[in-house]
Design a protein around this ligand. Structure first.
Ligand code: PLP
Length: 497
């Protein structure tokens, strides 16, 4: 199959897709240093561009095309009203260097988003600056470090991380200069409380826990865990990537958690991955508010006694973690989402997400191994161990799922489950869609038992067949230049057809 041409290869000298309006200002010379004819920009018509990118978009999976049960990623539908609001000129056309007096509406949105996230999570103060969950983690861990240092507690050099954690947690702690110690999961999938008691001590800076966990389970001992860490003088960081399971049901701040990040691009329906920049606000308890990145948005009064919104620098701020105020366009979308749902609606979101996951888990657990057979939260983790023994691995199941028009689940994560298949349906799917996915997974289990080669040679129906992943790693070529021939995709693909 021929590879799609690059937009540069569609170029024909003199072809254009733009009309420049007639000049209505005095003509001047463009400074020579700004004029470059070496760029080789493509010369294409509007229809070339539209068709090129529309074709490309059809080769990728997207939440607007079909079901996307990628566990831990909360790939819920992104409501189009979010986009409508974010494109309103008062939000889309402002500039971060404008005076606060000129952008009161934008500041009010950010202030209210801080307040609403605090209310939903039980935290006293929130920063909107971090650009992703992992960035929120770094911000949170730097706040923990600043807190201990302010207390003269320089010996707290260790961060404890459960073995089911997302890889970003230990990476973040190490980036912030901490030693990382791993905490085992117990037989029920909770963090092992007895081992935690042995691990904590005067060197404990924090525990970074993900609750609900990446096994899709609520940690049944979370309050005891928080108590153990606090008694040892440490702080508790909750990775809030799985917040979609507990909106309006539990507030982590009420459990004694000290710091948590939100993933607006997961829980609060802002675009995910290539769809736009992320946003990872961080909430903290009152005693940590003075360390938040600067600035935060506050409500104040002007000289005439009118309510205004303005910037404030927390007293012992860790500094800036992002230019200006973070990804404002995402704040507008998340704000819209929260206001559209209201308190009742957000609770419904979580109840439906949990219901959908349990429904699917119960309809698949006879054909796939279920290592932790408990009521799950918004996602669940199966193991393809049985299928592996038959000759098809989790990876093969993921590839075969593509043939049914679905995005595959997350595979091989969390690491504590061999041949893991981590499935997160989210609340936005109909029962019909869930049933179609269940039917596909059941058919795949039967194929693994009767003819595993259907799986090991999948996908069969997609634009591109199975890629040679080793080759793609070794011969990675992400750069196009006019003199270097890109590696033809056919050379990488070991087409199964
Ligand atoms: C997604 C995720 C992260 C990282 O969030 P990003 O926004 O992708 O940086 C961290 N922890 C868990 C459990 C996650 O699912």
């Amino acid at each position: 199959m021929a590879a799609e041409p690059l937009i540069y290869e569609l170029s024909k000298p003199g072809r254009t897709g733009t009309t420049v309006p007639e000049i209505d200002v005095p003509e001047t010379e463009i400074p020579a240093e700004l004029v470059r004819d070496t760029l080789g920009l493509p010369e294409v018509s509007e229809i070339d561009v539209i068709r090129h990118y529309t074709r490309l978009s059809q080769k990728n999976h997207a939440i607007d095309i079909n079901f996307y049960p990628l566990g831990s990623c909360t790939m819920k539908y992104n409501p189009k009203i979010n986009e409508l609001v974010a494109r309103m000129p008062g939000f889309a056309h402002i500039h971060p260097l404008q005076e606060p007096a000129e952008v009161q509406g934008a500041l009010e949105v950010m202030y209210e988003l801080q307040e609403m996230l605090g209310e939903i999570s039980g935290f006293d103060a929130v920063t909107l600056q971090p650009a992703a969950g992992a960035h929120g983690e770094l911000t949170g861990v730097l706040i923990a470090r600043a807190y201990h240092e302010a207390n003269g507690d320089f010996g707290r050099k260790t961060v404890i991380v459960p073995d089911s954690a997302h890889g970003t947690n230990p990476a973040t702690a190490a980036m912030a200069g901490f030693n990382v110690v791993e905490l085992k999961s117990d037989a029920r999938g909770n963090a092992d409380v007895d081992q935690l008691r042995e691990l904590v001590g005067p060197d404990t800076a924090a525990l970074m826990i993900t609750n609900p966990s990446t096994l899709g389970l609520w940690d049944e001992n979370i309050e005891e865990i928080v108590e153990i860490v606090h008694e040892a003088g440490g702080l508790v960081y909750n990775d809030g990537a799985n917040f979609n399971a507990i909106l309006g049901i539990v507030r982590p701040g009420d459990l004694g958690i000290d710091i948590m990040h939100f993933n607006l691009h997961k829980t609060f329906s802002t675009p995910h991955g290539g769809g736009g920049p992320g946003s990872g606000p961080v909430g903290v308890t009152g005693k940590l508010a003075e360390y938040l990145p600067q600035p935060v948005i506050v409500k104040a009064e002007d000289e005439a006694g009118n309510e205004i919104f303005t910037f404030d620098d927390p007293e012992h701020s860790i500094g800036k973690v992002h230019g200006f105020n973070g990804n404002f366009g995402m704040h507008v979308r998340a704000y819209t989402y929260i206001r559209m749902h209201g308190a009742e609606g957000l609770r419904q979101v979580s109840e439906d997400a949990v219901l959908a996951a349990n429904y699917m888990m119960h309809n698949l657990k006879d054909l796939y191994d279920l290592p932790y057979d408990r009521t799950c939260m918004h996602e669940f983790v199966l193991s393809a161990n049985r299928q592996r023994a038959q000759g098809a691995r989790a990876l093969d199941i993921a590839k075969r799922i593509l043939d049914f028009g679905f995005h595959p689940p997350t595979v091989y994560f969390p690491l504590v489950v061999p041949e893991a298949l981590m499935i997160e349906p989210t609340e936005t799917e109909s029962k019909e869609t869930l049933d179609q996915f269940i039917a596909a997974m059941r058919q795949i289990a039967e194929e693994a038992a009767s003819d595993p080669e259907i799986l090991t040679t999948a996908p069969h129906n997609t634009e591109y067949k199975r890629l040679d992943e080793v080759g793609a790693n070794r011969n990675l070529n992400l750069r196009w230049t006019s003199d270097v021939e890109p590696l033809p995709l056919e050379e990488i693909a070991t087409a199964a057809d």
